[in-house]
Design a protein around this ligand. Structure first.
Ligand code: URA
Ligand code: SF4
Length: 202
């Protein structure tokens, strides 16, 4: 069976998971990426934030949310009164998927097969951290966490039922969607709505 399961240590704590993740060959995304990007933050966090996949900067640095989306996320967390260091941050897919455009690497959304293949890592993280709430950043993250497709507009800000390890799931927009509005009149409202979701979820 394809997927990450055979590389995920049974009963592993977050450090054991992180140590094993570079060996994962659960899908083809490892081959073109620079490195695996696992998670950041305390393994006893109350709140887990799940993004989509690492971006270009994250792929180079090996840390989640260190690029432009991470900047907006940190600003929004601070505005919501949440210490960014207090949350556990990870992604639904742990390797950067991209297409080459000359010198630039353009983000390509992970497919459902990648979400499924990488799902055992996320499940193991949630089982290890046992958070009070999982906040999904965007529809792809939500699909990875919930195992079904949801529309952000339909579920945004609601408390949804998750799995045993993480019974409360809230879905909001992806910070990249806010980044894209920078310099436009819609930016402030989008940022405030994102902050309101962070505040309500935690
Ligand atoms: N976007 C994500 O979804 N995750 C990251 O780690 C960075 C950008
Ligand atoms: Fe393994 Fe996930 Fe990377 Fe695929 S994306 S190789 S399943 S860690």
């Amino acid at each position: 069976r394809p997927g990450a399961q055979r590389w995920v240590p049974a009963e592993g704590d977050v450090d054991a998971l992180r140590a094993a993740a570079p060996g994962c060959r659960g899908c083809e995304l490892w081959a073109d990426a620079t490195q695996v990007v696992f998670s950041a933050g305390p393994s006893d966090a109350r709140v887990v934030l799940v993004g989509e996949q690492p971006g270009d900067r994250e792929d180079r640095e090996g840390e989640p949310f260190v690029g432009p989306a991470g900047r907006v996320l940190a600003d929004a967390l601070a505005a919501a009164g949440i210490d960014p260091e207090s949350v556990y941050t990870t992604n639904a897919v742990k390797h950067f998927r991209f297409v080459d455009r000359g010198k630039r690497r353009i983000h390509k959304k992970p497919g459902v097969a990648h979400l499924q293949a990488c799902g055992p890592w996320l499940a193991a993280e949630l089982a290890a951290v046992r958070p009070e709430v999982v906040l999904c950043l965007g529809a792809t993250a939500a699909r990875g966490v919930l195992g079904r497709a949801v529309r952000i507009g339909d579920v945004r800000g609601e408390v949804l039922e998750g799995e045993e390890a993480a019974p409360r799931v809230v879905v909001t927009t992806h910070p990249s969607a806010v980044v894209r509005l920078r310099g436009k009149p819609e930016f402030d409202a989008a940022f405030e709505e994102f902050v309101a979701d962070l505040r309500a979820a935690t």
